[in-house]
Design a protein around this ligand. Structure first.
Ligand code: AMP
Ligand code: MN
Ligand code: MN
Ligand code: MN
Length: 267
């Protein structure tokens, strides 16, 4: 399978594979390159670059920032960023601390609903310092509180936006994230616009400096792809694509959505 899968998570956020394992898998299935796009973290990039160099795979340093747009959530991908950029790394440190605080609040809410979960149980589910809803969910699974046939419903019940224990993100606004990626020399791209990518919303993000749309994505049907291609052409936006692979956490498979070339200068 040729092409580039530009949306992949590692164990440095909420994926299950390490960057080196991701590189190995990408080579196995014949991809030309991948972008590592962990949530709000660039910690896995040095390891990914080293592994990719050994295996002759192209590795695009990336990130997926969870942002607030009013009371909506928008995910902004950043490609080709200088992952050592001081303002970027400082902001990610602040976000990491806020994320942990938020995760603790969700655990407390679960406790108030009578679920005997502890913070230690949740921490055990993470390979690093990043904690998100998937780690809390894995702790619930480990406690046998989730019926295997109803995983999605259970996630929504406990941790979905209208779930028992949900706490919204309040880490960074969409415009600030786009500007930060630009400052770090990266290309800001709206992730999975099928979730909320109406044209008016995309126009607002272009005003902040958005440069691309993730057109190819497992959940986008051909009608959505066509609509997004039209918008990308109209506003001269880059067209990207990726699987949102998380390892065994039940998202897409690596290579399920790819682009055959990368539109911007990789430098
Ligand atoms: P957070 O960043 O802490 O808000 O957690 C969001 C992450 O949870 C997403 O990036 C997905 O990896 C995962 N996720 C979201 N919805 C579901 C779901 N219904 N089932 C399983 N995992 C989910
Ligand atoms: Mn995730
Ligand atoms: Mn996302
Ligand atoms: Mn993602």
């Amino acid at each position: 399978m040729a092409g580039y899968d530009l949306h992949i998570h590692s164990s440095y956020s909420d994926g299950t594979l390490t960057p080196a394992e991701l590189v190995e898998h990408a080579v196995e299935i014949g991809l030309d390159g991948i972008a590592l796009t962990d949530h709000d973290s660039v910690d896995g990039i040095p390891e990914a670059i080293r592994a990719a160099r050994k295996k002759n795979l192209q590795l695009i340093p990336g990130v997926e920032i969870t942002t607030d747009y009013g009371n909506q959530e928008a995910h902004i991908l950043g490609y080709g960023i200088d992952y050592r950029h001081p303002e970027l790394t400082a902001k990610f440190e602040t976000i990491m601390a806020a994320r942990i605080d938020r995760a603790r609040q969700m655990v407390e809410k679960l406790k108030r609903h009578g679920i005997p979960i502890t913070w230690e149980m949740v921490e055990k589910q993470s390979n690093g310092r990043f904690i998100g809803r998937p780690h809390i969910f894995k702790a619930l699974i480990a406690m046998d509180l989730v019926h295997p046939a109803y995983r999605r419903q259970s996630f929504e019940h406990y941790l979905g936006q209208n779930g028992l224990a949900y706490v919204p993100h309040q880490e960074i606004e969409t415009g600030e994230a786009i500007q930060l990626i630009l400052k770090a020399g990266g290309i800001p791209v709206l992730a999975h616009p099928g979730r909320q990518g109406n044209q008016l919303f995309i126009e607002k993000l272009i005003d902040y400096g958005l440069k691309g749309l993730e057109v190819y994505y497992p959940a986008h049907d051909s009608g959505m792809v066509k609509q997004l291609l039209d918008i990308a052409e109209r506003y001269h936006l880059y067209v990207t694509g990726g699987s949102d692979f998380h390892g065994d956490l039940g998202h897409g498979q690596m290579g399920e959505a790819v682009v055959t070339e990368i539109g911007w200068d990789k430098g």
